[in-house]
Design a protein around this ligand. Sequence first.
Ligand code: ADP
Ligand code: MG
Length: 767
Amino acid sequence: MLELKNIKKTYHTGDFYQHALKDFSLKFRKNEFVAILGPSGSGKTTLLNIIGGLDRYDSGDLIINNKSTKKFKDTEWDAYRNNCIGFIFQNYNLISHITVLENIEMGMTLSGVSAKKKRKKALELLERVGLREHAHKRPNQLSGGQMQRIAIARALANDPDIILADEPTGALDSKISKQIMELIKEIAKEKLVIMVTHNKEIAEEYASRIVTMQDGSITNDNHPLENEKDDGDFHIKKTSMSFLTALNLSFNNIKTKKGRTALTAFAASIGIIGIALILSLSNGFKIEIDNFEKDSLSEAPIIISEQAMAMDEEMMVSMQKDIQSRKKYPKKEQIYVQDDVLETMMHTNNITNEYIDYLKELDKEDISGISYQKTTNFNIISRSKDDHYELVSTLNMMIPWTLLPTSTDGKTMDIVTNNYDVIAGKIQPEKPGLILQVDSRNQIYQSTLKQLGLSGKKVDFDDILNQELKVVFNDDYYQEMGSYFVPSTDLEGLYQNENSMTIKVQAIIRGKEGKEIITSGSGIAYTNALTEKVIEKNKDSKIVKAQQEEDFNILTHQLFDDKDLTNTKETILGYLGAETTPSAIYIYPKNFESKDDILKHLDHYNKGKEEKDQIQYTDMASMISSLSGNIMDAITIVLIAFSSISLVVSSIMIGIITYISVLERTKEIGILRSLGARKKDVKRVFMAEAFIVGIFSGVLGIVIARILVIPTNHIIENLSELPNVAKMNPIHAIILVMISIILTMIGGFIPARVASNKDPVESLRTE
Ligand code: ADP
Ligand code: MG
């Protein structure tokens, strides 16, 4: 049952009110062919749109199945349009970018009919309207009459009980009109057909009832209902469009404008390309740095020295403050006193025997060596070819002698053999002796050569290995004079003294190729055995014993000062060769993992101890790596921030493009709504479009970035000789595609909302 009760519909444009329907009442039978006849502008289309649920009445009521529609919800109207109503329009209103078959299927698609059933039904309908062979054409490849047949087939697809036709033959010539009218008449045998026309002959020839109207009111009804029995209900069931349908619809639409979509996606992908490239580079560099550190820095020692620099954030902050405060210098003519640098930035490690015992608990598996450096002075005398004797300064400020790393089992350590080539002689760590390091061009400094008592521009390896130096012990070197001890000046006598110990350069070493960063430079190293021998000989010497008794420096008579680390009793005793705790300890980890264990052990010592009793270590490797890591992170973040701007731009662009698409597809929106699509479904169509563009631009961006990685790596290889630095992390790629999708969906959201809120009647009116 369908009944209009006192329906009023008024349009107002500006101050002008157009009463399209004035208090319109009409009742329909369940099965009849009604022609609504009236001049143009009399309100016929308005009436049809209200019956079809495309437009809403202002007042009155539309009764469907004895039920008022006053409180109908949007979804109820949608369902009603979808499976109760079939629309046939004057201008056909077919969706141009999908096939004839898909047009017919659309209404069924919206009500969730299975693909197979849909296809079968659509082909049946095509057969019925006589266009079976045109199934896979697009609407614009057909004539007007053929298009109207397709529209009729579409109107019948969901087996609606009511067919609404708005001047179906209005755009067709009389011969074709006849065929179409025969088809509609045929349909009218089993349905309620309401056809609007201004053609009186057609109405009279085909319709079973003619309602004439003028200015929004009925002027005549040739077959009204009079006390007729209710002849049954119409069927209404809910509709829904799946996201897949929306995707398919948008995909087909996008296919019709490939060029534009490709350009859009490309433009949108630029941000993704930028970020992907930056991430590849920083990712690659990080891997490179990690490998480099694992390779070389892992063997670098952890150093515990008497003076540890507190290279921590505090220091950075104070530097930062200093830079900032430069903006406002103090105005007063005064000087301000602050804590000593030594006290704020230096930490004094009191290396005790207890600590050395603690270090013995270190897992032997973790360390490849541990060296205890002492400040013991060596009194070494050299003799030149022309019998010139000289006291060698081993604490030379420019090129100090260094302690050869000592392995736990007294053998030559891996860190030495891994990083240096022995080019002459043999390293014998168990013997007191020297090792000469030359640079990559076999060069050493003149002063180094002089320390060995040699001279000249070129020296043969053999001359160096054969050169004998003498270590003089305290009791021969220092002479007691009253309360003073004075070094002997008879260098020749000391050199010839039978108590003196002969030492030689055991080996000449040179940094291996590729290890320049930790092996560059030249100089002299000494074996731990040399220190041990000197201490063994000197620890009970007269001068050491005398020094142990006195509270002033026995060589200079200067009073000790606990604040000046170069002038404490400990320091002087160490210098003279007394047995003291080491001034520095070098711990050589086996590898990266064992280093962590060692550091854990060292940190554990400090737990619960007061600041002054803590022992702080310097881990050069981690300092370098954290510095480089931080710099890489900072650069990466800055670059990504810049590229993100292009991402924002591209999502705005997608928004605009989607909006243009909404404008272009307004008609389609109207058609979809007339077929029963919900607002939600329309939104889905455009979100689907944004989704497709998002995936496409994301993937495109990743592919282009992946391609650009190749020339980028070539350039880097040319500049730095590092091959294949840039590496794309697959996780980054996936995340970036997702970001692209999310951004385009955000960009498409507002236009999609605009689309879904469009008035279907207005939409259908657009061309
Ligand atoms: P018909 O289909 O009989 O030619 P319509 O139902 O299309 O008539 O229009 C009825 C009247 O309402 C006409 O005067 C028309 O100008 C007016 N009208 C229809 N739609 C609108 C609208 N959206 N805004 C303003 N006036 C409208
Ligand atoms: Mg009209």
